[in-house]
Design a protein around this ligand. Structure first.
Ligand SMILES: Nc1ncnc2c1ncn2[C@@H]1O[C@H](COP(=O)(O)OP(=O)(O)OP(=O)(O)O)[C@@H](O)[C@H]1O
Ligand SMILES: [Mg+2]
Length: 309
């Protein structure tokens, strides 16, 4: 045997075993994954589902929304909402404004029964919301959250949430309603453009616009919008503003508003502070209250920028 062969032999041997060792390592990782997965499934299966005694599955929610003496707390004896009373007529839009922590997000999360209330009654079309079947109630109420959830997949899948009953035509129709056709066309493969995990190849404003289309493609009876505060570029901002106007037009909607324009376009305004409604009415009514909460807010805003809190 030559010296060269002698040196080469152990080296080749090493090359043979290295991948085998790597393969065994991978197997370990795989097993750890399987066990972790089993634990997650265990947790999901053993978790009690939400209380749902509701039966109604055929009543339209295109109706007045009413809160009657509603009290709510996340933790015992820490009231977050105190004696909330208001009626929002069907097809009208309500904008909620108020300082951070005042309970704005809490009010809207009660509407689709994310949490049970302490006392009082919430009704839609004079039917207590507990009487609706939970799935049905939630299918009729669309919610757009401040931070949009996008997953890796095409724009189309992100809009339809992979619901196969939603056709491309319906998606196009919803896009058209919001005046966002051109926006979609600006992507290389339009609806087939692939988004990265969490939509990180989109700007925040673009992600919001896609979530707007998603919100109306199911043609919900009620729309809830928690406006994002993050600043976006002026062009996208104007698209967002126009889309919001169209979103809330002729639809019962509640918007947690940060934009002055959204507030001005809403039919009714609610000023919330410390979990209490301080003022409720049309913008004209609230502006007519000298030294009122909204009046003061408006004065301050008018002279600074276009955001309300
Ligand atoms: N999941 C929760 N568990 C316990 N307390 C909560 C929870 N969510 C909110 N809170 C509390 O309830 C109160 C109202 O919160 P909420 O999120 O409704 O305020 P917000 O008006 O939406 O504020 P922001 O303008 O910052 O979004 C706050 O004091 C908050 O700490
Ligand atoms: Mg909030």
């Amino acid at each position: 045997m030559s010296i060269g062969q002698l040196v080469a032999f152990p080296m080749f041997l090493n090359r043979l075993f290295q991948p085998i060792r790597q393969l065994a390592d991978k197997f370990n990782t795989l097993q750890m994954g399987i066990i972790a997965g089993e634990r997650v499934l265990d947790l999901i299966n053993n978790e009690k589902s939400e209380i749902d005694d509701g039966k109604i599955i055929d009543q339209s929610l295109k109706a007045d929304i009413e809160f009657n003496n509603v009290f709510f707390e996340y933790q015992k004896d820490l009231l977050v909402l105190k004696n909330i009373n208001f009626r929002l007529p069907k097809g009208k839009s309500l904008a909620i404004v108020g300082p951070t922590g005042s309970g704005k997000s809490s009010i809207v999360s009660l509407l689709n029964r994310l949490y049970p209330i302490k006392s009082g009654e919430i009704s839609i079309g004079d039917i207590n919301i507990n009487e609706f079947k939970l799935d049905y109630l939630r299918s009729k109420i669309s919610i757009v959250l401040q931070d949009v959830f996008l997953f890796s997949g095409s724009i189309k899948d992100n809009i339809s949430m992979k619901n196969e009953n939603i056709t491309l035509d319906e998606i196009k129709e919803a896009t058209g309603q919001l005046g966002l056709g051109e926006f979609i066309n600006s992507f290389p493969e339009n609806y087939d453009y692939i988004l990265n995990e969490r939509g990180n190849n989109l700007s925040l404003g673009q992600a919001q616009l896609i979530s707007f289309i998603r919100a109306i493609v199911t043609n919900p009876d009620i729309l809830i919008l928690d406006e994002a505060t993050s600043s976006i570029d002026p062009h996208t901002e104007s698209l967002v503003q126009q889309a919001i106007e169209k979103l809330i037009k002729n639809r019962t909607s509640i918007t947690i508003a940060h934009r002055l324009t959204t507030v001005q376009k809403a039919d009714f305004l609610m000023y919330l502070e410390n979990g209490e409604i301080k003022e409720f009415g049309t913008i004209e009514e609230l502006l007519a209250i000298p030294d009122g909460y909204y009046f003061k807010l408006h004065q301050r805003q008018f002279h600074s920028n276009a955001s309300v809190n």
